[in-house]
Ligand binder design. Structure first.
Ligand code: CA
Ligand code: CA
Ligand code: CA
Length: 354
């Protein structure tokens, strides 16, 4: 009885609030996406998509529509992840599900479902898997599956609402019955990375590209991954680029990580598993100062600090200074000041790992 009342209360809260789906993504905005974004299949195949949230902030609950062409796809299962080890309950909260009704869904081509949680602990922040959705393919062609009217509530009491955008709004399923099957299935694995940069312990506004080199013997696999910070300054894959690391073959690597103005740091014996995972490089920060990217901090980098010193994004350059590019902003906070200088001096004349 208590559970039923709570569900009605939370659904009432959701229903009473404006939908912010589709808003411009900001750093306090969560993202919902169905992954993988593309996959190949044949008629009568069963395909499963994972519903992933990124940048959740004290997640309390979620609800979303999944909309599809019911002449081409039939919904066969929605598995909402509310177990004690699942993301929504991972801080010790109890979770339950809302919906779905697959029979109704296949009559209309839309299914709505979600989950709620309660407990004394704050809900989880960061990225996690919320549900999986399985379809049987009825017809060949390209099929689009969309997320619509998504709502995210926080675990605060009373619950707050976190804005949400559905970045990957469409999934293309290409029928391959008329062409040879690819020798390697794309699979549904999701591989993420976390890393920290010196001097950054809070959120930054801009996404940054990080270079990862996965090395086995003399073979290097290089990926440039768009990443963004959470509230603690930990960088994670930006959701518009979620699969950049997901095709790294399973195995053990030495991984070299290069930041935008940083010396390379090498992490040895990193295992890439077949399952969804986060490769955690956040135990050791990348050192700042390699402005001219040659994996050394020397006089060339210092010259750029001097050129940029006193510059602030959006403001007129101080006399005698050159503010474009503002590449000496070592802590990525939009200016070049004594803090950037201090990081540089502390790391002067170093060479990164290789
Ligand atoms: Ca570098
Ligand atoms: Ca340099
Ligand atoms: Ca700065």
């Amino acid at each position: 009885m208590f559970g039923a009342i709570l569900v009605l209360t939370i659904m009432g809260f959701w229903g009473a609030n404006l939908i912010t789906n589709g808003a411009h993504a900001q750093n306090n905005t969560a993202t919902l996406a169905l992954l993988p974004t593309t996959q190949n299949a044949s008629v009568n195949d069963s395909i499963t998509l994972d519903l992933l949230i990124t940048n959740a902030q004290t997640l309390g609950g979620f609800e979303t529509n999944v909309t599809y062409d019911n002449s081409k796809l039939q919904l066969t299962n929605v598995a909402i992840k509310t177990g004690a080890s699942d993301f929504i309950a991972s801080t010790g909260r109890s979770a339950g599900s809302v919906g779905p009704e697959p029979t109704v869904a296949n009559a209309t081509g839309t299914v709505r479902f979600g989950a709620w949680s309660f407990g004394s602990n704050a809900g989880p922040s960061g990225d996690g898997n919320l549900a999986s959705v399985t379809f049987t393919i009825l017809q060949s062609g390209t099929h689009t599956i969309q997320l619509q009217n998504a709502l995210i509530s926080t675990s605060a009491s009373p619950p707050g609402q976190q804005s949400v955008t559905t970045a990957n709004a469409s999934i293309v399923v290409t029928d391959t019955s008329a062409s040879p099957a690819p020798s390697v299935s794309p699979g549904t694995r999701m591989t993420f990375a976390h890393l920290v940069l010196e001097g950054i312990t809070t959120m930054r506004n801009d996404d940054r590209f990080m270079e990862f080199v996965f090395r086995q013997g003399t073979t290097n696999i290089t990926r440039n991954v768009r990443m963004r910070t959470d509230n603690s300054g930990i960088f994670s894959n930006e959701i518009s680029d979620p699969t950049k690391l997901s095709d790294i073959p399973v195995g053990t690597y030495d991984v070299l990580v290069n930041g935008p103005v940083h010396l390379i740091r090498k992490f040895n014996n990193i295992t890439v598993p077949a399952d969804n995972t986060v490769l955690d490089f956040s135990s050791t920060q990348l050192l700042a100062g390699d402005i001219v990217d040659d994996n050394q901090t020397n006089g060339n980098d210092y010259t750029q600090i001097v050129n940029n010193f006193g510059c602030v994004t959006g403001q007129t350059a101080p006399q005698g200074k050159v503010c474009t590019p503002l590449s000496a902003d070592l802590n990525l906070d939009g200016d070049v000041d004594i803090f950037d200088y201090a990081f540089f001096v502390g790391n002067y004349n170093l060479t990164g790992e290789q």
